[in-house]
Design a protein around this ligand. Structure first.
Ligand SMILES: CC(C)(COP(=O)(O)OP(=O)(O)OC[C@H]1O[C@@H](n2cnc3c(N)ncnc32)[C@H](O)[C@@H]1OP(=O)(O)O)[C@@H](O)C(=O)NCCC(=O)NCCS
Length: 189
């Protein structure tokens, strides 16, 4: 296998995306500890800060060949506002899956749009990805709207694709292909 790809710092107009560390746990816990923010996540909210630390630690054990999580912070203040990641990367097939989550106090400020636009550029260009996927709960209106704003196309319902809270869970498959990406617009990215 080749060297794992770098997890770089990605700057946008308002944001900095950088490799997450355990020091980000208090910021991330504002989302991971919040039942409303975690309603459509493929896992339960963290019971306490220690569990959020453990989740970050586990994510850092996985090589950036397959998975990388970026903390999203405001450039002006250094304030942690969320996290975005790629996972299930399959270099052989030039595809990966994205995840996104913003701390509730910062919702509806186009911050995810800005952060994910930068992550898309990194994945398409630096990681030589052709197909970028998002697996979204059909009831997650915010995430579906975001994916569509970014130019993702809805491809269909994947029945019982996930296992959440001890039962199977279906999700919508959204995907954006590299040749389509130019049409999506890249606000401040
Ligand atoms: C999904 C999520 C990341 C969106 O974050 P956000 O920073 O508020 O999104 P943005 O402000 O960048 O919005 C971008 C677009 O997303 C859509 N959107 C965001 N929130 C929405 C909502 N509540 N209802 C409908 N559309 C919404 C809109 O199309 C919006 O564009 P617009 O402002 O021009 O209407 C945020 O709601 C979140 O963290 N949810 C909990 C975690 C989660 O469910 N993650 C996804 C798992 S698949």
């Amino acid at each position: 296998m080749t060297e794992p790809p770098e997890v770089p710092i990605l700057d946008t107009a308002r944001l900095r995306l950088r490799p997450i560390t355990e020091d980000d746990a208090p910021g991330l816990h504002e989302a991971y500890g919040n039942a409303e923010a975690m309603r459509f996540w493929d896992g339960l909210p963290s019971r306490d800060l220690a569990e959020t630390v453990l989740r970050i630690r586990r994510s850092l054990e996985v090589s950036p060949h397959w998975h990388a999580t970026f903390a999203v912070e405001q450039r002006a203040s250094g304030r942690f506002v969320g996290a975005v990641n790629y996972h299930e990367r399959r270099p052989l097939y030039h595809r990966l899956v994205l995840g996104w989550l913003i701390v509730p106090n910062y919702w509806r400020q186009d911050l995810t749009l800005e952060a994910v636009s930068a992550l898309l550029r990194h994945c398409f260009q630096a990681l030589d990805t052709h197909r970028i996927e998002a697996e979204i709960d059909p009831a997650n209106v915010a995430s579906r709207g975001l994916a569509e704003r970014l130019g993702f196309q809805r491809e269909g319902l994947m029945r019982d694709r996930l296992w959440v809270e001890s039962k199977p869970s279906s999700c919508l498959m959204y995907a954006l292909l590299r040749p389509e990406w130019g049409d999506a617009g890249h606000p401040n990215g």
